[in-house]
Design a protein around this ligand. Structure first.
Ligand code: ATP
Ligand code: MG
Length: 368
């Protein structure tokens, strides 16, 4: 292409060559370029991404700068401010209307680290700048309050249009709600079947969530009543399946994945997270020991044709913080763990953005 003199149209033309590699469309068609203006030899605009946790933030900024330099005469100075507007496909205005994307964290086997993944995913999404909530739906064994050190905190109740609503507790920028904050320990374990379902339904509708980009839902293990109630009550954007690398955990994760894909349930499986993937000795940070075996998470992901969203190392420091209830400050964690959770948060945000874009496109093609 021939170089063009500086003008709004020429800049848009140059930027139309920059493609978002995930969404497979150019940044102009995706409506990512806003408030474009030219002052003398300088170009200013906002680049509005589909998530603040965008793994391609730097790549896209650089590609925009390069395109303008390459296609505009005299290589103008480019000033880009990066912004984000998280997309949604949630159109139900009755249930959780202020929440854009609801993501459940599930597993087949117990104790593989669902709560650990749910809590840290929420903390790291918030750290990336996303408005994030965490709903602990493990009615029999809520562990979120313990991990975040908010056990015993009583959430505020406010009156909204004549109805009492429970306000989630805020910690480290995450809005948190757990049934464990409402009832005594001993009460939780005795709930059964229909009681659990109605309690969960009430619990979901009685909370006053603020505007959220992502609400992470920590599920109990297995594939029982709570799972069915949740998928029937809440419009889930997708589910993340947590497994450890051992064959026993994989077998159960396989069952859970298949359940979410069953016709009457039909929740998109966003991908697999492999927890306790390997151990990095604190004194030898270059070494990785795959204590529970290697490649299990990837095999499961391949089998179901979904991405492996992340691999979280086995970390005694992580376990210690969770037991002490000091998880809320992820900056205290060893770097290798922080890197893994940060990558996971970005990958989940990316999958949601891709899924929402695909949905929008298919909507458009249906109407056309
Ligand atoms: N990557 C990890 N490194 C070290 N310890 C971990 C890791 N992930 C989880 N743990 C520890 O393993 C135990 C179980 O984790 P967690 O409670 O997150 O699992 P869960 O799947 O939610 O369990 P449940 O099925 O009972 O709900 C906890 O003590 C937690 O601190
Ligand atoms: Mg749990």
């Amino acid at each position: 292409m021939e170089k063009l003199p500086l003008s709004i149209n020429a800049v848009l033309k140059a930027l139309s060559y920059v493609e978002d590699p995930d969404l497979k469309k150019d940044v102009v068609s995706l409506n990512m370029i806003r408030d474009l203006k030219i002052e003398g030899h300088q170009v200013f605009f906002r680049l509005v991404l589909t998530t603040p946790a965008c793994p391609l933030k730097e790549v896209l900024v650089r590609a925009c700068e390069n395109a303008i330099r390459q296609f505009i005469i005299g290589s103008p100075e480019v000033h880009i401010s990066v912004d984000a507007q998280v997309t949604t496909r949630h159109t139900d205005r009755l249930i959780l209307p202020s929440v854009k994307n609801i993501i459940a964290v599930a597993s087949g086997k117990g104790g593989v680290g669902k709560s650990t993944i749910a809590v840290n995913l929420a903390l790291f999404l918030a750290r990336e700048g996303a408005a994030t909530g965490l709903l602990d739906a493990d009615i029999h064994g809520p562990s979120v309050p313990v991990m975040l050190g908010i056990k015993g905190v009583r959430p505020e109740v406010v009156d909204i249009e004549g109805k009492p609503k429970i306000v989630p507790v805020e910690i480290a920028g995450v809005k948190v709600m757990s049934i464990g904050l409402l009832i005594e320990d001993a009460q939780a374990v005795v709930w059964r079947g229909p009681m659990v379902s109605s309690a969960l339904k009430q619990f979901v509708s009685d909370c006053q969530w603020s505007e959220l980009d992502y609400l992470i839902v920590d599920l109990p293990p297995g594939t029982g009543d709570i799972h069915l109630t949740l998928v029937q009550t809440v419009p889930l954007s997708g589910v993340i399946i947590v497994t450890t690398p051992q064959e026993v955990a994989l077998a159960d994760a396989r069952k859970a994945t298949a359940m979410f894909r069953m016709k009457p349930i039909n929740v998109p499986v966003l991908g697999i997270v492999e927890n306790m993937s390997y151990f990095v000795p604190p004194d030898m940070p270059d070494r990785r020991y795959p204590i529970f075996g290697e490649g299990g998470g990837q095999r499961l992901a391949d089998e179901f044709g979904v991405p492996l969203l992340g691999q979280i190392p086995l970390s005694p420091a992580l376990r210690e913080k969770e037991d002490q209830g000091t998880t809320a400050n992820p900056l205290d964690l060893p770097e290798v763990i922080q890197t893994a959770f940060c990558a996971l948060a970005r990958e989940v945000a990316r999958q949601i953005a891709v899924q929402n874009a695909t949905f929008e496109r298919s909507e458009v093609s249906v109407g056309a």
